[in-house]
Each structure stands twice: as structure tokens, then as C-alpha cells.
Design a protein around this ligand. Structure first.
Ligand code: PNW
Length: 449
């Protein structure tokens, strides 16, 4: 038996996002978002599930926060729904929307839980989508105004701020692959949206400094680790492109103010041009205080020009275990991502803003949820985080995705990521075995292997 101890003051937390948990979609003046529309479009979301009720956290947050406190987490990462704050995206501010987040944050503080607030976790006001959404540069202005409203309202109460959750999902997954709202399928749109989101991020960071908001600001990109099948140059290049599109396309401009040239060229070869306006890159490269890293999976692949893949990349099955959503379990990939960031971009503070697993276990005959798979997944991944810390990567905290089962985007309610089970008929919550395991880790700050 070995004791693996985390640094003192390491933050153990849990994460959710507004659209996935809040419900109350019409309440207190909330406007419609692109996910309300998308989930009502036949064929887009599993069985037509939507976010109308979700986990009803809009009403149940006091008891959910009690559970967080019982679990011993020190921080809770949540997102603010833009359509609650500015229902049509650009017009009047809805005070009732702000009041909800004040109540939420006050309740967190009452229990000694530090809020980490994400400004954008995908629920763009529909009225802005009607005017082109993230393809329209004006959306940047509207976002910055929304950010200013939230900063000024919650300053002093919130100290950790993230601008965007997973710009890759907002851009490529939603505008090129088409799996997420608004469901477009054009590469040029993906490239344009990625750039606009990054500019919005940079402008928001600048605004944060200008307003003199206390605390720290960062961004939470998703990462994945795609590894070459062999050490042939062509495999290495293909895996670089595939990983690069996920990681480097966002990390490099944010951290250095420059896009990765090889990928810019690759996209150009595919007919998609990067359109940069004067001043954009300086904004995008604005100094941030921390990087949030979301990590779930990775894979192995090789060069195959006939694969039909945008990057001439073909994933090679390695016989690895998968979670119930079909994603490879690849814990070392998290270590690889973290050490890559240190190598390429230096000693920025890092929070793992999401890591977790989909296992669809429900209550057994004893009434408990024995989600052994999730416990194993989390254990293996936090050990890789520890390994990265030992290598000098400045990881300051870890947020498990997710606090509770919730609306899993295109999968609706069919995929469960929670430490807490949610019965969507009754809204009953049942802490899973992983909840108890995580509570012990958060309390001890070490684990035995
Ligand atoms: C992330 N993909 O989403 C999000 O930040 C969460 O809201 C989500 O619930 C969680 O991971 C689990 O999926 C992703 O298809 C959704 O590559 C899909 C993909 C990646 C990330």
C-alpha cells in the first residue's frame, strides 16, 4: 500500500452547467436559448429530451448545496445562463435572473464552498442566434456586455471566473460536426466561431482587469490526447493534427497570441480560411490567471488519407475499456496533456475544471447505486493528476464532472455522469458509491493505492 498525498490547500470540487441542471426554463423572465430550440428540433436530442425541468436545481439548490457540504467539497463550479440575465441577449437586464445567482452564491458561502463561475456554457440566447449567433461578430459585443453585467453584480462574492467552457464544442462540434446547437455542418463556420469566441474571451479578460474585479479569471477548454500508433512521421503528423485541432488550436492563441501555423495551413487546404482582424491576436493572448482543463478521453491513431477524416487520421482500436458513453478510458492522457501544457506554455496555474465518467448504474435492490466503474475511473485519473504535480505542473484543484446526473446534451437524460443519482420522475437524489469515495478523498486529501 502506498499513500498518495495531494498538496495542502488542493481544491476538491464538483461541476455542473446551467442548462444541464437548472430547469425552470420559463421562470422569472428567462429567455429561450439555442439549446431550448435544438432540443425541440426532431432528431437532434435523444428521445426529444429537453432542459425544461432537468434536475430542477433552480428550486432545489439549497438541498443540493447541503449535499455538497456533506460531501466535503471546497468549491462548486457552475455556469450562469445568459438568457436569465439578458433574456434576448442584447436588451434589458433581468434582475430576477441575477437574484437567482446571488441566492445560489450566498448559499454556497453559508456552507464555506467557494464558487467558480463560468460565464458561458453553451446556452446562447436564441434571439442572438436569429441574428447569426457566434458567426456574427456583433455577438462578441453582446457577450462582453453580458459579462460586464455579471461581473458588476457578483463582484466581491465570486473570486474564480471562467469565460468559456470548451470553445472546441462551441465552434467545431456545434458548427462543423453539427452534433450540438445550433447544428451547422460547415468547416468555415467552425473556424469563424472559434475565432470569435476567442476574441470574446480576450475582450472579457481585458474588461475584468479594467473593472478591477477581485479574483482570478481563466478559460476552460476541452482537451484530449491522441497518440500516434507508430513512430512513423506520417502517423505522428496525423495524430498531431487531430490532437491539435482540439487542444492547440485554442491553447496556443490564448497562451501565446498565435495560432498554430501548421493547422492554419491544413484548414486552408480544406477550404477554410482564418480571418483575423487587427488587434484580435493581442486580445486573445491577454494574460489569464489560470487555465481550466476539461479532460475525459484519448486514443491512438494513424495516418490514413482514405479515412474520410478531416485530418487524414484514423483511430486504431486498442482494446481499451470504455465508459458507458463509448469513450476510451485513457488516464495517462491526462498526465500527457498536463505535462504538454507545462512544456509548451510554462507554469500557468491549472484547475482540472472537468473530469469524470459516464456509467449508467441505477439503484440496486439495496437502494444504493454501486457505480464501481466511476470510482475506478476517478481513482486512476486523480493519480495521474498527482503524477503531473510531482512533475512540477502547477495543478491547484480538481472538479469532478458532475455533481449529479443531468441533461447530457445530445444524449438527453440517457447518459449519467453524476456522483449523485437523479430520479427524473421524482427529483429524488441518491448519493452513489462514488460520492462516498470522493468525500473520503476530499476529507483526507490523500488516497491509498
Ligand atoms: C463536456 N464530444 O462536454 C461538457 O463541458 C459538459 O457539459 C458535458 O456534460 C461533459 O463534457 C460530458 O460530456 C462534451 O462529443 C460533450 O467530444 C461532447 C464532447 C466533448 C465534451
Amino acid at each position: 500500500m502506498t499513500i498518495v498525498k495531494f498538496p495542502d490547500h488542493f481544491i476538491w470540487g464538483a461541476a455542473t452547467a446551467a442548462f444541464q441542471v437548472e430547469g425552470a426554463y420559463k421562470e422569472d423572465g428567462r429567455g429561450m436559448s439555442i439549446w431550448d430550440t435544438f432540443s425541440r428540433t426532431p432528431g437532434k436530442v435523444f428521445e426529444g429530451d429537453n432542459g425544461d425541468v432537468a434536475c430542477d436545481m433552480y428550486h432545489l439548490y439549497p438541498e443540493d448545496i447541503k449535499r455538497m457540504a456533506d460531501m466535503g467539497i471546497r468549491s462548486y463550479r457552475f455556469s450562469v445562463a445568459w438568457p436569465r440575465i439578458i433574456p434576448d441577449g442584447s436588451g434589458a437586464v433581468n434582475e430576477k435572473g441575477l437574484a437567482f445567482y446571488h441566492n445560489l452564491v450566498d448559499e454556497l458561502h453559508k456552507h464555506g464552498i467557494e464558487p467558480m463561475l463560468t460565464l458561458y456554457h453553451w446556452d446562447l440566447p436564441q434571439a442572438l442566434q436569429d441574428r447569426g449567433g457566434w458567426l456574427n461578430r456583433e455577438t462578441i459585443d453582446h457577450f462582453v456586455r453580458y459579462a460586464e453585467t455579471v461581473f458588476n453584480s457578483l463582484r466581491g462574492k465570486v473570486r474564480f471566473w471562467a469565460t468559456f467552457n470548451e470553445p472546441w464544442c462551441i465552434s467545431f462540434l456545434s458548427h462543423y460536426i453539427g452534433a450540438h446547437a445550433p447544428g451547422m455542418t460547415e468547416l468555415q463556420a467552425g473556424v469563424d466561431v472559434a475565432h470569435h469566441v476567442l476574441v470574446a474571451h480576450g475582450r472579457t479578460v481585458q474588461l475584468f482587469r479594467k473593472l478591477g474585479i477581485e479574483g482570478q479569471i481563466g478559460i476552460a477548454p476541452n482537451t484530449e490526447w491522441q497518440e500516434p500508433y507508430s513512430d512513423k512521421e506520417e502517423d505522428i503528423e496525423a495524430a498531431y493534427r487531430r490532437s491539435g485541432y482540439l487542444n492547440e488550436w485554442f491553447l496556443r492563441p490564448v497562451m501565446t497570441g498565435k495560432y498554430p501555423e501548421k493547422l492554419v495551413e491544413w484548414f486552408r487546404g480544406k477550404g477554410a480560411e482564418l480571418k483575423i482582424e487587427e488587434g484580435d491576436m493581442e486580445l486573445i493572448g491577454s494574460k489569464i490567471d489560470f487555465l481550466g482543463i476539461n479532460y475525459y478521453t484519448g486514443g491512438v491513431g494513424r495516418y490514413n488519407p482514405d479515412s474520410g477524416d478531416l485530418f487524414d487520421y484514423e483511430e486504431v482500436p486498442m482494446g481499451w475499456d470504455k465508459t458507458d458513453i463509448g469513450w476510451n478510458i485513457y488516464p495517462q492522457g491526462l498526465y500527457n496533456v498536463l505535462t504538454y501544457i507545462k512544456r509548451e506554455f510554462g507554469d500557468i496555474a491549472i484547475y482540472i475544471t472537468e473530469n469524470g465518467a459516464c456509467y449508467n448504474d441505477g439503484p440496486s435492490a439495496d437502494g444504493k447505486v454501486h457505480d464501481t466503474g466511476r470510482v475506478e475511473y476517478l481513482r486512476k485519473h486523480v493519480l495521474q493528476v498527482h503524477r503531473a504535480i510531482e512533475s512540477g505542473v502547477n495543478v491547484k484543484g480538481y472538479y469532478c464532472w458532475s455533481l449529479m446526473d443531468n441533461f447530457e446534451w445530445a444524449y438527453g437524460y440517457s447518459m449519467r455522469f453524476g456522483l449523485i443519482y437523479v430520479d427524473y420522475e421524482t427529483q429524488e437524489r441518491i448519493p452513489k458509491d462514488s460520492y462516498r469515495w470522493y468525500r473520503k478523498l476530499a476529507q483526507l486529501n490523500w488516497l491509498e493505492v
